[in-house]
Design a protein around this ligand. Structure first.
Ligand SMILES: [Zn+2]
Length: 478
């Protein structure tokens, strides 16, 4: 073997998790340089990473990565580090270094004298050391998550993460909490994630010229601008993160899931909820299945009556067609006239004093139980699909389970919609002045109120600019 000069690299790392403040880098450096000198090696490079745990795969160690690259490029053929924990606690990475020592002649020694990877004994020691360190860190991780679970089971707020609307201790921050509440209501009323994100970011509505008409993006007016926690503009994903958080309904959570007691009952957090159970559940349903129409008003629409008013001839829901409502072959009516009549009716109805009677009684406990049962049925289908793929059950049985579960889901869903029918409109009905609240509301919320108050049926009328024949529009109170 030719004699080559030994070019040594030194790797230093401050590791906070071992001793609290870590072994001072200076002492590591002195010891490592001492080792290199005592062996007559030339130190060509010193790599230093600060304050970063070697355990986490995701945390980056720039100096370490540079060192690996330099080794591959042949810049050094010996490596001195204070101890193996500082080099790496990833068994795979350590294996790479052991291989390098074994097959490529890399000289790897530790300054604390525990290992010299030139020897069989040193390599075996290194492997055992890495395995032990790894196991210790995993136990520590398990201990931490057990402590977190215990906190969650006592209903205490998760440590170290605050949600928009709450302090770290779970106290309500008023302006933020109000914005959160409006976000839930806007989404339950049918606003899109994109529109909500734009409103939170304080974006002006987009105005487009379509032909000779001006279209203004329908942003939920009730949602105020709110600085995001990250400082970036809100986007649909960050709005979903907010809407999915069970903390806002006052439920204790861990890793994004509701924590349950031994009987399976959700545990209440020791903080004030920002939204009601029913709004939160309604929002989850819309998020789970955007295609499902939780109520007729709750889908994204651009006109007051499309998909909401009925054709008086065939009972189908009318569609918007240019500036008209249409049911093919039956009706073609001017939108503005009909909407004007409907709005007048609704304002008159909202001006009366008995609105509270209209609010559907919300049985939150029943709703929670329905949500649970729906999840159980969806899980059944998922499990059966896996069993089928794994050839544990045959296609006929899978089809049977699936159809049975889907029947249950349809039944539960019908009950759920009935129970939550008033949710979307309730904010307007409970406002100090419902008429003003209605006029201020966005399109989706106004549709929800119309849907709650009445049925609108359109009949055919002669075409042309004539005064509206009141008999050609029938509004029936619900
Ligand atoms: Zn029709």
């Amino acid at each position: 073997m030719p004699i080559v000069p030994v070019r040594a690299a030194i790797y230093l790392r401050v590791s906070l998790d071992l001793t609290g403040e870590g072994l001072a880098v200076e002492r590591q450096r002195e010891d490592c340089i001492g080792i290199a000198e005592s062996r007559g090696w030339t130190v060509v490079e010193v790599y230093t990473d600060n304050s970063i745990s070697a355990f986490s795969k995701v945390k980056s160690r720039p100096a370490y990565d540079q060192m690996v690259e330099d080794y591959r490029a042949g810049r050094f053929n010996a490596l001195v580090t204070w101890d193996l924990d500082r080099l790496t606690r990833q068994p795979r990475q350590l294996e790479d270094w052991i291989d390098a020592a074994e097959s490529q002649g890399l000289r790897l020694v530790t300054a604390n004298g525990e290992a010299d990877l030139q020897t069989d004994g040193g390599r075996m020691y290194a492997r055992i050391k890495a395995a032990v360190a790894r196991a210790e860190m995993e136990r520590k991780g398990a201990r931490q998550s057990r402590a977190q679970r215990q906190r969650a089971e006592k209903g205490r707020p998760p440590r170290g993460v605050r949600a928009t609307g709450y302090t770290l201790d779970g106290e309500i921050i008023l302006p933020e909490a109000e914005a959160v509440r409006e976000v839930f209501h806007a989404f339950a009323n049918g606003s899109s994630l994109r529109a909500i994100a734009a409103a939170l970011s304080g974006v002006e509505p987009v105005i487009r010229e379509v032909g000779d008409r001006t279209k203004v993006q329908d942003l939920p007016k009730s949602v105020p601008p709110l600085p995001s926690r990250s400082g970036r503009a809100w986007n649909p994903t960050s709005v979903i993160t907010m809407l999915r958080n069970p903390r806002y309904a006052g439920w204790s959570m861990l890793d994004g899931e509701i924590v349950r007691d031994t009987t399976g009952k959700p545990i209440r957090g020791q903080w004030d909820p920002i939204v009601s159970d029913s709004i939160w559940l309604e929002v989850q349903h819309r998020l789970d299945d955007p295609a499902r129409k939780s109520n007729r008003a709750g889908t994204e629409r651009r006109h007051l009556g499309s998909g909401l008013y009925l054709c008086g001839t065939c009972e189908a829901r009318v569609r918007a067609h240019n500036d008209r409502y249409r049911c093919a072959g039956h009706i073609m009516r001017s939108r503005a006239q009909i909407d004007g009549m409907v709005l007048e009716y609704v304002r008159g109805r909202l001006a009366k004093s008995d609105l509270a009677d209209l609010l559907v009684h919300q049985d939150d406990e029943r709703l929670a139980s329905i949500a649970d049962q729906l999840q159980t049925q969806r899980d059944r289908i998922k499990r059966a699909r896996t069993d089928y793929k794994n050839e544990l059950i045959d296609g006929a049985l899978f089809a049977e389970i699936k159809s049975e579960a889907e029947d249950q889901i349809a039944r539960l869903d019908t009950e759920r919609v009935t129970l939550t029918a008033g949710t979307a409109a309730s904010a307007i009905l409970l406002a100090p002045s419902p008429v003003d609240a209605f006029d201020d509301a966005d399109l989706a919320a106004r549709r929800a109120v119309i849907d709650l108050l009445c049925e609108v049926r359109l009949f055919s009328a002669p075409r042309g600019r004539k005064p509206l024949d009141p008999k050609s529009v029938r509004i029936t109170p619900k």
